[in-house]
Design a protein. Structure first.
Length: 752
């Protein structure tokens, strides 16, 4: 509905508005499904001369003639208002000369913003906390910082501003939480864009882009979970992963030969450490040519994957987009023949350099190119490769950045690099996902470094090149949580740290902290100290084994959370605030997280620390290690020797558990154990009256073959487990859906 000079508002639902400046529909890279307009907006008449007022069942918007908006909820509480005061930057700008001097000494000078085509400026009321924005550095709360959306490969140590305003991913979505309200904004614009979350001024925050149309979604709800559900309703949700992908992955840049990889696999078995995957980094290729293998060091990927699979280990290979420009190489020849590569402004195929040297860049905006690329995955899957790890797809380049005017011709709609840049990784992931799905038939396992909103439909992500620094271990928690709140549920960081040299203590604390991270991979760079679980002392080995085993134990719980995510978009790892929004102590809890709603993890992330403060929100929490029951709503001091990661289970939880797995082959899983953590321990009699006990605890558990898409045809089981302290044998099992043949032969319960 047109409501002002250049402002249109549509209601997607009664809680989601699309606010845009142009009524012409251009395709969105993130919102791929036709949303339709489920609830029309109604105009409220008689709102006043200068304003237009529109409403849904949940929201009311007042628009001034100049396009200034105020959005209220149904209680007539103001949620969000465009800023109407003077924009007076509180920060001081250096002169060019001063900046130059600073640079000479090696300082990074805050670069400001390029001219934006539009900039939306919203009022800050003062009590906001802002979450989301994908994988940006720092802590949970983004207020007070400014960020750039421009996918960037920058191997320097990641720190908060000003160097790292841009990271690998662009997820232009954030959540604003206030004492009595919460909303989200998703700006669907792929050009370079700026998110100033109150850096310039504490009076307002802003977002804008250098080109493209103003086009953002306003998402209202009662809780953060509502907002995430709304956002993922627009941009899509991660499909169920193959179950083994939730296992432990070992990687390093690079395992040099098939022998080395075999040796590594054997070590896992010798040391009794669960492991499901080994990743091959760029050196498995022939001169870094994608979809080839090095004949000397990896003569047969097929033989290697065969041998590994006998040990229950799968192979994942890295693929970069940069394609070696070399005649006779099938990728180059086919791509050249069909015009599949990006071109410069003069119409010549554009060259830059990446690992293979002189390289060209596939135009993933074209469906034909995506299909072609996707078809190549067959080369790998036919050799037994079970997953593809997409790297360097910002796209990164060694000879300066790709110029803005490089042309991606698409199928019939040419676009320039400046528009495509932030979705290049997204489209590469889509190509990979669709190729794998078509040719392999299993649920595609894709990992990507660069992405955009909506990439969760095609790929998991890791946070790129962190370093073996305690600060990066600390940051891994808010980083994963913010990715989760940005619609990315299956995330991970390089365990142990990628760059720089890890230490036994850092690796130990990292495996503890990452124990429930959906993507669970130890990865390190060339020229750094090795960090496989056994390379240090026995203590480090034991800690690695202990936490990897713990992870495998709770695998069915993680898998259930993935299933839940497909329905709700809620991430696997959640900040405490997601379940305890009323409790302000949780709002900026950067060093703890929830796994689903039942497990609270409070890792130690300080060198030398052997105890830590843990905040437990309201309710009763069971210390996983001691079984002590603690009433929350307070900080406690927890002793945490090197082999203890403080873990708490919410009383009243039921947790599904698999026992003794060292690799994940769902067809062999026949038994399920349920851990029941009663709400109350004893039925104590007080003054002769029995104290009330929790009536019942329920838990819904999902089971399928863990591999392919048969579940889409109903081949899955959905169990409801009900524990009642009143019933004598405790457990009742109800089948909510029965369609998968591999029903458990044995379900047993333990009271914890
Ligand atoms: O320029 O493939 O983030 O995980 O090991 C480095 C080598 C290229 C960057 C990735 C990292 C990977 C590395 N790659």
């Amino acid at each position: 509905m047109k409501i002002g000079e250049n402002i249109y508002i549509d209601a997607i639902t009664d809680r989601i508005l699309r606010i845009h400046s142009s009524d012409t529909k251009t395709g969105s890279f993130a919102v791929e499904e036709d949303l339709g307009l489920k609830r029309g907006l109604r105009e409220i008449t008689g709102a006043g001369k200068s304003v237009t007022a529109v409403e849904t069942d949940y929201l009311t918007v007042y628009a001034e003639k100049d396009g200034t908006l105020k959005i209220y909820d149904k209680r007539q509480k103001i949620l969000c208002a465009d800023y109407e005061g003077e924009q007076e930057p509180e920060i001081q700008k250096l002169s060019e000369e001063e900046s130059e001097q600073m640079r000479q000494e090696g300082h990074v000078v805050h670069a400001g913003e390029d001219d934006c085509k539009f900039r939306v400026v919203k009022k800050l009321f003062g009590d906001e906390v802002i979450y989301g924005l994908g994988d940006k550095t720092g802590f949970l709360n983004k207020k007070g910082y400014d960020y750039i959306m421009w996918n960037s490969d920058n191997p320097d140590p990641q720190v908060e501003n000003p160097t790292f305003r841009a990271m690998y991913k662009s997820i232009p979505f954030f959540i604003v939480l206030r004492e009595e309200s919460v909303y989200g904004i998703f700006m669907d614009n792929t050009y370079k864009s700026y998110f100033d979350m109150g850096f310039e001024s504490s009076q307002y925050y802003s977002f804008g882009a250098v080109e493209g149309e103003l086009d953002y979604y306003f998402i209202a709800g009662d809780t953060i979970a509502d907002i995430v559900e709304g956002y993922t309703g627009l941009t899509g949700r991660a499909p169920l992963p193959q179950m083994w992908t939730l296992g432990y992955h070992q990687s390093r840049w690079s395992y040099a030969s098939a022998e080395e990889v075999l040796c590594l696999a054997k070590n896992f078995r010798t040391y009794g450490i669960p492991c499901d995957a080994i990743h091959l980094d760029i050196d498995y290729m022939d001169h870094f040519k994608v979809f080839t293998n090095n004949e000397e060091t990896f003569p047969s990927l097929e033989k290697l994957s065969d041998e590994l699979s006998q040990m229950g280990i799968k192979l994942v290979t890295i693929i970069d987009p940069g394609t070696k420009a070399e005649e006779g190489y099938h990728m180059y020849d086919e791509g050249m023949e069909n015009g599949y590569f990006a071109k410069d402004a003069e119409g010549n195929v554009y060259h830059n350099a990446v690992w293979p040297g002189d390289s060209v860049f596939p135009d993933f905006t074209s469906k034909k190119v995506r299909e072609w690329w996707g078809n190549q995955t067959k080369i790998l899957t036919e050799q037994g490769i079970r997953g593809i790890w997409n790297d360097m797809n910002e796209p990164a380049s060694f000879k300066g950045p790709l110029p803005e005017d490089i042309v991606f011709s698409g199928d019939d709609l040419p676009r320039l690099h400046k528009e495509v840049h932030n979705v290049y990784g997204h489209l590469m992931a889509k190509a990979t996902y669709e190729g794998l799905k078509k040719h392999d038939g299993r649920r595609p396992f894709v990992i990507t470094r660069a992405c955009y909103s909506g990439s969760q439909k095609y790929t998991t992500v890791w946070t790129g090149d962190n370093q073996s620094l305690w600060a990066h271990l600390q940051m891994s928690i808010p980083q994963m949580l913010n990715l989760g709140m940005s619609g990315m549920p299956i995330v991970g960081t390089d365990i142990g740290g990628f760059g720089a040299h890890t230490t036994p203590e850092l690796l130990s604390r990292w495996i503890e902290a990452a124990c429930f991270s959906p993507l669970f991979r130890n990865h390190s760079a060339k020229d750094t100290r090795r960090q496989e679980p056994w390379v240090f002392d026995k203590e480090t080995l034991d800690i690695n084994r202990k936490y990897i085993e713990l992870r495998y134990k709770y695998l069915p719980y993680l898998y259930d959370l993935c299933y839940e995510e497909t329905k709700t978009g809620l991430p696997v790892l959640r900040p405490l605030v997601m379940h305890y929004q009323q409790d302000k102590n949780t709002w900026e809890c950067n060093d703890e997280y929830l796994v689903g709603s039942c497990i609270l993890v409070a890792p130690v992330t300080q060198q030398g620390a052997r105890e830590r403060m843990v905040y437990l929100p309201e309710g009763i929490w069971v210390d996983y290690w001691t079984r002590e029951r603690i009433t929350g709503g307070c900080y406690i001091l927890k002793e945490a020797p090197l082999n203890i990661c403080p873990l708490y289970v919410k009383a009243g939880s039921i947790l599904p558990v698999y026992e003794g797995l060292h690799s994940i082959e769902p067809e062999h899983i026949k038994a399920l154990t349920l851990e029941y953590y009663p709400e109350s321990t004893k039925k104590t009699a007080i003054f002769g009256r029995k104290q009330e006990v929790q009536e019942e605890c329920r838990y819904v558990h999902y089971q399928d073959n863990g591999i392919d898409f048969a579940y889409e045809n109903g081949e899955y089981n959905l169990y409801e487990f009900i524990f009642s302290e009143k019933r004598s044998n405790g457990l009742k099992v109800k089948m909510l859906h029965e369609g998968f043949e591999g029903k458990y032969q044995d379900i047993k319960a333990v009271v914890c």
